[in-house]
Every structure is written in C-alpha cells, then in structure tokens.
Design a protein around this ligand. Structure first.
Ligand code: UD1
Length: 429
C-alpha cells in the first residue's frame, strides 16, 4: 500500500484549484441510470470512489466516456438499457454510496437486488431510512443473505415521507426514486446539504419537477420519463475546507479557487474566531496566518448549514497547536474520533469521552509514523504533519485517494514537502 511522507514546518504560499465534489458526483452518476439518454457531467473529480461507481454502473449497462473538455474533466454516462439490476457485494463493499443505485434501478425497471453496505469504520451507518423511504413510495423490500430485494411491479407512487432525523443519503435516495413515481412526493425533515441542491438541479435539467431542495421540505411531482442533460458538479466543500485548514495550520497564504466560500461558512466563522485571516472572493477564498498562534475555539458538528462532520478531524488537528483548550463535539456519527490517538502519536494532548474530545494546545507537534483509518481522519494527519517538526509518515493512504484528487501535487504547488511512496501492491483490506 502507498504511504505519504510529509516534512513539516514549511509555510504554504500559492493557489489551490478545488475539484468537483465527490459526494455530489457519485449521486449524479447514479442519477444517469434514470434515463436512456446521455448525462454529461463536467467539473468531475477523478477519484477512486468515482472509478468504483463507474465500474458498477458499467456492470448495470452504462456506457461511460471520460475526457478533458473545455469545461475541465467530464464524464458522459448513457444507459440505453439496464442489462442487470444487481449490485453485488464486492462492489458495494468497496464504496457505501454504491447503495444509491437501488432507487434509480427500482424506479426505472421496477426491481433491483443490491447488497447491503454493512458497517464502516465511523460507525454502524444503517440504511433503514433509505429502505423506509422506498417502502413509503410503494416498493416491496425483502432482505436475504445480505441483499436488499426490491420490487415495484406496478411502479412507484408518490407519498409524504417525514424523516425522523436528517440523513443526507436517505434524502438523496428518496429524491432519486420519487422523480419517476406517479403523483406527488413530499420529503419532510430533508437534508439541506449543497449536494442535495446539486442533485435536484441536475434532475430538474433532466426533466424532473423538484422544488424546495436546500430546505427541510422538498416537493417532487413525478414525471413519466427523464431525458439527457449537461451539468457541472458543484465544488467540493470538504476539499475547500481541508485546504483552508491546511493553510491555517502550516501558516502562510493560500488562495483556494474554483470554489465557493458560502459552502463552508460555519468553518470560516470558526477559523476567524480562532485567529486565521479569511478573505472571500467571487471564485473562492484566501486563508492567511502569519506567525501568531491561534486561539482554541469550540465546535459541534451538525447537519448543513452547521459545522460539517467531514471537517471535524481536520479542525481537531488545527486545535492541537492552538492556545488553550478546545472542545470538539461530534453529533452525526458515533466513533468518529479514530484520528485522536494518531494525533496523540504526534504529541497532541487530546482526551475523548463519548461524543466529545478535549484538545489542549501544545507548543509543537513532532513527526511520527501514523495510520490512516478513514477518509477525513487520513487528511487530518496530513494537515498535522504539515506543522509537525521532522517527518510524518501516513500509512494506508488508500482512504485519501478515495476523496482527495492529486493531494500531493496540490499541496506541493504551495511549497509543502509531501511525497508519495508507492507501495508493494500488498492487498488493501
Ligand atoms: C453523507 C456523506 C458523508 C457525510 C455525511 C453527513 C456521502 C457519500 N457521504 O453520508 O461524507 O459525513 O453525509 O454529512 O455523501 N443513518 C441512519 N439510518 C439511515 C441513514 C443514516 O441511522 O438509514 C444515520 C447515520 O448512521 C448517521 C446519520 O444518520 O449517524 C447521518 O448519516 P447520513 O446523513 O445518512 O450520512 P451519509 O449519507 O451516509
């Protein structure tokens, strides 16, 4: 497996172009199953997760063409016919969001067999809300031997679905299924994440009738068929926030382009409170820190527009070198502090109790070998390594490759000493 070596202590100066959002791209790719016409997605990130999903979609009958057009990296997907409505375990296991093909397959063909994704390192992550939403739309769902068997022989019917708590994945899944259902669907307590708005915008371009995306109440008038469209993936707010935090951690001045500051307002407010200088532009944001130490601030993760759980690990890394004690509360996922013991290996002073971590800022971090446990935890170790004395070796970086495009190149362009050590092909777990 590959590793990443970081020599810390170098200030970052320069510009980082932000890629299209992974978490949006994979749902948009799944949406292509809803039509027999081509869906052209531009500003596509090229990541392990988009590759995994591409492979699954091809297995289901999609033609997939990737190119570098005038609008940047693009992918055209066309599924003239669904040749198989089965998403097998070996493919869903590699990437949870593959589960989102269930709704489109069901909506288009009236049946689907999709492997349950199983747990993952950041908690149990059940899919009960996804299945309840599909049942409310009239699907018959049976679970056998780790697979979901879904049927709707007479098609899906609109319904009112009130989610007991906010789920991004279940909201997206309900949208993907309800667009072709007969009649009207109302989603109450829907997630408001920008990726939901992006998905709804794209589906509307394909001929769907969705209003209210980005608010807790989404209304979908079912249509008989959807057609092709061209859509640009929104900027990746987690990548934007991660590099903003990297600049604050290492010091220096970094301009993040091809993105939107309004996607990470909760983070930018906290960074400003901590003492980083943040300047918003039309095409992104600049983060600057010159010398002075940051102040400890408290954060609590919440659904959008609250502080994103996917930026919690990176923010904790920043707080390891802030003056005072910071409290980090995680309310979205259980077990999302695996980065804490790894940060401690670098000299951080962190205690975890339940869903709360207390971080007491130390004078300096010192490089050490560390292990990446999930996508966002991995990148928090890279951020910490940028400010640590000496060399930090991040092992098992395949998590990083799932969600961060050309990380070494992007950080390297700002002067960071980050290099990949290509592994020996040892199998990944
Ligand atoms: C998505 C993002 C992930 C992000 C998360 C929260 C993708 C591919 N992933 O994940 O990066 O961290 O939103 O912003 O877009 N839950 C249930 N039952 C369900 C569904 C969810 O109990 O059927 C729970 C989860 O275990 C979790 C909480 O609800 O505790 C929120 O999860 P959810 O918003 O669904 O996250 P994902 O869509 O999986």
């Amino acid at each position: 497996m590959d590793r990443i070596a970081i020599t810390g202590g170098v200030r970052l100066e320069g510009e980082i172009p932000i890629s299209g959002a992974k978490n949006s791209a994979i749902k948009l790719m799944a949406a292509s199953l809803l039509t027999d016409e081509p869906l052209r997605l531009t500003n596509m990130p090229r990541l392990a997760d988009t590759r995994f999903l591409g492979r699954l979609l091809q297995r289901l009958g999609a033609d997939l063409v990737e190119s570098d057009g005038v609008d940047g990296p693009e992918t055209v997907l066309r599924t003239k016919e669904i040749v198989s409505a089965i998403a097998p375990y070996d493919l869903v296991r590699q990437m949870r969001a593959s589960f989102n093909v269930l709704g489109p397959l069901l909506a288009r063909t009236g049946q689907a067999k999709v492997s349950l994704p199983g747990g993952c390192t950041i908690g149990a992550r059940p899919v009960d809300l996804h299945l309840k939403a599909l049942e409310a739309l009239g699907a018959q769902i049976d679970l056998h031997e780790g697979y979901v068997y879904a049927q709707a022989p007479r098609g899906l019917r609109g319904a009112t679905i009130a989610f007991p708590f906010v789920s991004v994945g279940a909201t997206e899944h309900a949208l993907l299924a309800a667009v072709l259902a007969e009649g009207e669907t109302v989603l109450e307590n829907a997630a408001c994440e920008p990726e939901i708005v992006d998905l709804a915008d794209c589906l509307n371009k394909m001929g769907a009738s969705i209003s209210g995306a980005g608010t807790p109440s989404i209304r979908i008038k079912g249509v008989a068929r959807l057609g092709g469209a061209s859509h640009a993936v929104i900027p990746d707010r987690i990548e934007t926030g991660t590099y903003a935090l990297a600049a604050a951690m290492a010091g220096g001045e970094v301009r993040l382009t091809n993105t939107r500051a309004d996607l990470i307002e909760a983070l930018l407010d906290k960074m400003t409170e901590a003492g980083a200088e943040v300047t918003r532009h039309n095409d992104g944001v600049t983060v600057k820190r010159n010398g002075a130490r940051l102040r400890a601030v408290e954060i609590e993760t919440d659904p959008y527009p609250g502080f994103a759980t996917d930026l919690q690990a990176q923010f904790m890394a920043l707080m390891t070198l802030a003056d005072g004690e910071s409290v980090v509360r995680e309310t979205i996922f259980e077990n999302r502090f695996m980065h804490a013991p790894e940060l401690r290996r670098l000299g951080a002073d962190i205690t975890v109790s339940g869903g709360e971590a207390r971080v007491r800022g130390v004078d300096a971090l010192e490089g050490a070998p560390v292990m990446a446990t999930d996508l966002r935890a991995s990148v928090s170790l890279v951020i910490a390594g940028l400010a640590a004395r000496g060399e930090t070796m991040v092992n098992r970086v395949y998590h990083l490759d799932r969600g961060f495009e050309r990380l070494e190149e992007k950080l390297g362009a700002c002067g960071a000493q980050v290099r990949r050590i290509v592994g020996d092909g040892e199998p990944e777990d």
